[in-house]
Design a protein around this ligand. Sequence first.
Ligand SMILES: Cc1ncc(COP(=O)(O)O)c(C=O)c1O
Length: 424
Amino acid sequence: MNPLTFESGEQFARAMDASDPLAHFRERFFIPRTNSGEECVYLCGHSLGLQPKTARAYIEQELRDWAELGVEGHFHAKNPWMPYHRLLTEQTAMLVGAEPGEVVVMNSLTVNLHLMMASFYRPTRERGKILIEAGAFPSDQYAVKSQIRFHGFDPASSLIELKPREGEFCLRPEDIQSTIEREGDSIALIMLGGVNYSTGQAFDLKEITTAGHGKGCVVAFDLAHAAGNIPLRLHDSSADFAVWCSYKYLNGGPGCVAGCFVHERHSHAWELPRYAGWWGHKEAIRFQMGPEFQPMVGAEGWQLSNPPIMALAPLCASMEIFSEAGMERLRAKSISLTGYLEFLLKQSASPVFSVVTPSEPGQRGAQLSIRLRGEGRAFCDKLVAQGTIGDWREPDTFRVAPVPLYNSYQDVYRFVQRFSAACS
Ligand SMILES: Cc1ncc(COP(=O)(O)O)c(C=O)c1O
């Protein structure tokens, strides 16, 4: 069956699931259930990914080692805690298209964004601005504005926001380019989402980085909605840094430890100011307890604290499944699954809603953002109460994402049935 030619009946969804080589991965996750015990239609992996069934065993292993070994677990646990975060390095590097030395799993997203900006946002009077998307995720807006103020500048004049054209919802790539071309000489930092959280639009990281570097800007990305969703080639994009969280498409659990990328060319950038902590200090001499900070080479040199092992454990469980499935296969299914969702929504054409996410697969990941006219959060709450889970983003957007690791074509079919009924 051609994965991009769709039919409207339920039989088609069943046949697609039956021939899906990744279908069995669904059994590796807990699917939430309604009060009556029925599996929910969970299309909310863009917000919080589901729990891998192995997560508990991963955490219990560390609890057991803690109980049995105490402090000795740092060196003698089954997976010693000292280098525990490195269990994730290779898989994370593969996932975002980086060299292992360019990535580290640490802190949370907004913390990492601040740490990176402390080093890479070096505003001067002539070149002090930050370029972001208008309506970027609030935490990003707060973070960049607070950094601008921290350096004694005013966001009113130092923040440039990329706005879609009148009557449009997504940014045109040529408009991003022309803004960089026009304003680039005054921009210190370009910081965009890899996939916009509200519209689901995916950006071309390499194209943006090349344009930004051409004008002498630092270029960075928030990959909260991109990591584990679309294939990434961070090293080749040449971006200076990137940050992401691990609780959405990466299924690491609520508030899970986040990821950070620093391009290899900054791996020995000792001249950059950075906030320091002992976990970023040269490992070989960390326990000599010396007074002067000597950073580790690469992304690890930005670590502050010894990592929370209990929070890393479920991420290890999830990344193991990710590696087994493979990003290429996941992406192929994702294009098909989201294409099917779009197809069914178009079939049920209604004046009440429209999809604002680009329909070109290269310009989106799994998520479709549906704009609802005359509806509010109550619309979403009603569906959730029936076990159909997406999420609402003010003022008018219902976001849904069929996630290729655990969602099925039948999930998508059921979703559109229930969504259409709620719209009529
Ligand atoms: C695009 C984006 N940036 C930043 C954040 C904030 O992440 P955290 O609370 O982990 O710092 C989120 C959270 O959903 C997000 O979607």
